[in-house]
Ligand binder design. Structure first.
Ligand code: CTP
Ligand code: CA
Length: 226
């Protein structure tokens, strides 16, 4: 369905997208991560390109090739993603945080492989920076910021709280356990929440949802200019 959406709607706009999981090392051979495939973020990047935008894609480790034409910055940890976003957010018109960022990282990264010992292993974790919340706090005039919320319960309540607490303009809420949605799926089912509306999006490809999200951001930006 990709070429169907080729347009100039985002011509002259800079779009910054984060995608994929982050990885946090425990020792030289082990790390913590999540099931994010990166498909939603990469589909968004392709959609933004097809709509004429200048696209920067900051991605955690995934099994996907970056769309041709994006400025691509691969990262591993949440802190690296934070630094890369900070380096590129000033000039972005639209920012979309599709990445599944690890909330915590191990306090100590062992220099040597952790050897097997007793029956239990305790690892202490420290919080990672919340990139979306940081962007919300440092929002530039005219910038439109979109986050994601993937939940397993109380989807809309949790998503609404994220919209408010992180000072973003939009949250794309999706339920991990709905069939046709989720990390590995090529389709998604979502609800777009902004400060004045809730828009249910029926099951569609992640690319088509990407186009829908970008059009929604454009509408918010146009509203803001009036
Ligand atoms: N996010 C982020 N930096 C983090 C954690 C999350 O930028 N350290 C962003 C995600 O990219 C996503 C949004 O915040 O766009 C919501 O992520 P989510 O994990 O659903 O929310 P959290 O605030 O981390 O809350 P929780 O995991 O407890 O549901
Ligand atoms: Ca989280």
């Amino acid at each position: 369905d990709r070429f169907f959406h080729r347009s100039d709607l985002l011509k002259g706009k800079r779009v910054l997208i984060t995608a994929g999981p982050t990885q946090e090392a425990l020792d030289p051979v082990r790390y913590l991560t999540n099931h994010s495939s990166g498909k939603m973020g990469y589909s968004l990047a392709q959609a933004a390109l097809d709509m004429g935008a200048e696209v920067t894609l900051i991605s955690g480790p995934v099994q996907l090739t970056a769309p041709k034409g994006v400025r691509f910055y691969p990262v591993t940890t949440a802190k690296e993603m934070f630094d890369a976003v900070c380096a590129h957010c000033d000039t972005a018109d639209f920012i979309i945080k599709a990445a599944a960022v690890g909330d915590y990282r191990p306090l100590y990264v062992s220099e040597q492989k952790i050897k097997k010992g007793g029956e239990r292993l305790h690892v202490e974790f420290v919080k990672n920076p919340d990139i979306l919340a940081y962007l919300g706090e440092h929002k530039r005039p005219h910038q439109i910021i979109c986050g994601f919320a993937m939940e397993t319960q109380n989807l809309l309540e949790n998503a609404q709280a994220k919209l408010e607490n992180k000072h973003c303009d939009m949250i794309v809420a999706n339920d991990l356990h709905t069939e046709g949605a989720g990390f590995q799926s090529d389709t998604n089912i979502a609800t777009i929440l902004d400060r004045s509306s809730r828009t249910p999006c029926p099951k569609m490809s992640k690319y088509a949802l990407g186009v829908t999200i970008l059009k929604h951001m454009l509408a918010l930006r146009t509203q803001g200019e009036q």
